[in-house]
Design a protein around this ligand. Structure first.
Ligand SMILES: [Zn+2]
Length: 116
């Protein structure tokens, strides 16, 4: 997925919240991203800094990103493991009968702002 597109949706959501909650400015946006998406934190933060300039009330907004490991469970031996590469093979029994249990997350955890 493209980092710029994610930041755009993120800013749109935060903008709506700012208007709805009558906030003067947004101060921080925290997101959780599973490593499965292969999103680069530095790229996200750079995109956020550039793109937030087009939005009112985001001058001091900071983006924080928490990464979630890709966790996999083996259906054959119940072994749970985390992976760095997209290879879903169980290191315990070499089975490919595995299920992704985390790592696909992509959501906003909190959006903080100030009234005045
Ligand atoms: Zn296994």
């Amino acid at each position: 997925m493209h980092e710029g597109a994610i930041i755009h949706s993120l800013l749109e959501i935060a903008k709506d919240i700012r208007i709805k909650e009558d906030l003067k400015e947004i101060t921080e946006v925290k997101i959780v991203v599973g490593k499965f998406h292969q999103i680069v934190e530095e790229v996200m933060i750079t995109n956020f800094s550039f793109m937030k300039a087009e939005y009112e009330g985001f001058e001091n907004a900071v983006l924080y990103m928490t990464e979630k490991n890709v966790s996999v469970k083996c259906e054959d031996c119940n072994h749970e493991f985390t992976i760095d590469e997209p290879i879903l093979m169980c290191p315990n029994c070499d089975s490919f009968n595995t299920e992704l249990i985390s790592g696909k997350e992509l959501y906003i955890e909190t959006i903080e702002g100030m009234k005045d």
